[in-house]
Design a protein around this ligand. Structure first.
Ligand code: ASP
Length: 335
């Protein structure tokens, strides 16, 4: 089934279903607990751990290998994301990512470490490993964000290889899309997608990263949530972390990942926090949520995780306690 049919089916599935009250009841359960920082419980053997959006077992396996060989959470999320960036079968990230409506592949990525340092790149062309460029921005410049040609020139100056990211497969998909006259960019809602990753290393430190080619067939210059710290990703090493996937415009409007972390700070579990953040989107007046997808994954300092989306085809890959598994997310709008 192609992405367009998925979109259509999303709408059809939504019709006639009562709004599930799981999100509403979550909001009703809000407590006004003061900030709680829970100590790490290594006795459960729950650290290190890696979680990522969608079905990306190779990426989480790579990240876990980094953690097990003594790497920190930052190294793990960078190297985990790089696996998907290099995979030309993944058409929503790195090389092979679907282009904008004019045929340009433009990448967005960000990374954040345990100390609150962050770096991001937006509208990056011709460089596969956007996440690594974001890390260089964080570590080797006084800035947090570089865009467009400046980001590309910076990457080249750091030794990154310039290459054509538009593969034959993505070019063909774009050409087929162009035949249709209506301008309707397609959000990535399949089970193979933009990657957001969170890791906790054996010291209990948290880092996260996010990398994407964004909304397929977007207007040239469009930037989503993925490189925006607080929207596509947020880490607070005292509390936890969150990454988003789905229609970036909706995530940006609610500053989704920051919201999830702040809700955890107030005492919510990662699951409750993700549910509440989704409720902020679907409960907006005139929300068009039946026609788009947003999903969050989150982890707290204890190594508890959560994931939640608007529709049912969202999943998280989790590598913890020796198991690397794809976990179907709970979702809004179920019967
Ligand atoms: N959030 C990304 C964006 O809006 C796309 C995705 O996660 O599928 O650019």
């Amino acid at each position: 089934m192609n992405r367009r049919k998925f979109i259509k089916n999303t709408s059809i599935t939504g019709i006639g279903l009562a709004l599930g009250n799981s999100v509403v009841s979550c909001a009703e359960n809000n407590s006004d607990k003061p900030t709680v920082t829970t100590p790490i419980d290594n006795s459960k053997g729950s650290l290190p751990l890696v979680i990522a959006t969608w079905h990306v077992k190779n990426a989480t396996a790579k990240a876990m290998k980094v953690l097990q060989s003594g790497g920190n959470a930052l190294d793990a999320v960078e190297q985990g994301c790089m696996v998907e960036e290099a995979d030309i079968k993944n058409s929503s990230v790195g090389k092979g990512g679907l282009p904008d409506r004019d045929g340009n592949v433009t990448l967005d990525a960000c990374i954040m470490d345990k100390d609150g340092n962050c770096g991001s790149v937006v509208f990056l062309k011709d460089i596969t490993h956007a996440v690594s460029v974001a890390r260089k921005v964080m570590e080797d410049t006084p800035h947090v964000m570089l865009a467009g040609e400046g980001a590309k020139q910076f990457a080249i100056s750091q030794g990154f290889k310039e290459e054509d990211l538009l593969t034959e497969g993505s070019k063909k998909a774009w050409e087929d899309w162009k035949v249709k006259s209506e301008y309707k960019p397609i959000i990535n809602i399949e089970n193979h997608d933009t990657i957001g990753m969170l890791a906790i290393d054996k010291n209990g430190d948290i880092a996260g990263a996010c990398t994407t080619s964004g909304l397929a067939y977007k207007m040239q210059g469009r930037v989503g949530d993925s490189p925006i710290i607080g929207s596509g990703l947020f880490i607070d090493n005292e509390i936890g972390g969150c990454v988003a996937t789905g229609l970036g415009e909706e995530v940006v409007k609610t500053v989704g990942s920051f919201l999830v972390v702040e809700l955890m700070r107030q005492g919510k579990t990662p699951q409750q926090a993700c549910e509440e953040a989704i409720s902020r989107i679907v409960n907006k007046p005139n929300s068009d949520y039946k026609n788009f997808q947003v999903g969050y994954i989150a982890v707290n300092k204890k190594g508890e995780t959560g994931s939640y989306s608007i529709h049912q085809w969202f999943s998280m890959t989790k590598f913890q306690d020796g198991k690397n598994e794809q976990i179907q997310s709970d979702y809004f709008n179920k019967t």
